[in-house]
Design a binder for this molecule. Sequence first.
Ligand SMILES: N[C@@H](CCC(=O)N[C@@H](CS)C(=O)NCC(=O)O)C(=O)O
Length: 245
Amino acid sequence: MKQPNALDCAHQLGLPVLYTFRRCPYAMRARLAIVASGVKVEVRELVLRAKPAHMLEISPKGTVPVLWLPDGTVIDESLDVMHWAVGQNFPADWLALNAEQQQQCDQWIALLDGEFKRNLDRYKYPHRYHVKTEAETYTCDPLEHRAACEKILAQWNAVLEQQAQQQGQQQGSYLFGSQPSFADYAILPFVRQFRIADQAWFDTAPGYDALKNWLGIFLDSSLLEQAMVKYSPWQPGDMPLTFPG
Ligand SMILES: N[C@@H](CCC(=O)N[C@@H](CS)C(=O)NCC(=O)O)C(=O)O
């Protein structure tokens, strides 16, 4: 077998290197911002059970996404990668948030990355989580965690409904109006995951029309299509690939 050497992992295209995993919602939000900003990176797809040694060397916490800039800077939090991308070239069709909207955006993202994600994981993979009481230990109840996610989704549904009413239209509403923003693309990959956990239930659940409309537009978007292009897992020495391609 060919042994990797440092050069096999180096920046070969003069572009930032993005370690990513296609299905990860954190990596997805980073890729959405990269595509929307029109910046190019060298992409290194991976599988979570076999993370490249080089990625672990530059970011020992071992989560994706990881962006490695040509000057050696490592950005290994998805929101920071988003901020980096839009800081390079702010997407023409995104709403630039004012201070008040930014505060709201940060609050929603904290709710999403905290309470929503915690409950989403337990809804999707109940067998991985156990509830311990003094008397017994049992697997958590996925429906309890789905209900906790729903409470949060209902808030966003109400915001989206209000935006649609203000614009006098049903189609194309985002969290801050008729234009998408950082908040929408930071949140939508996780709402997509929530739907996938039980698609038949989600698609027929009453009371989420505005949210479903918002998600539906995202799912049909060319932005998502470009962000979800498939790459084979990278190995040191592979020919470098650019993203978007
Ligand atoms: N706070 C991190 C979270 C990233 C994260 O947890 N990513 C998951 C994949 S969805 C991961 O890499 N987990 C490591 C593993 O499963 O080994 C971020 O926003 O970038």
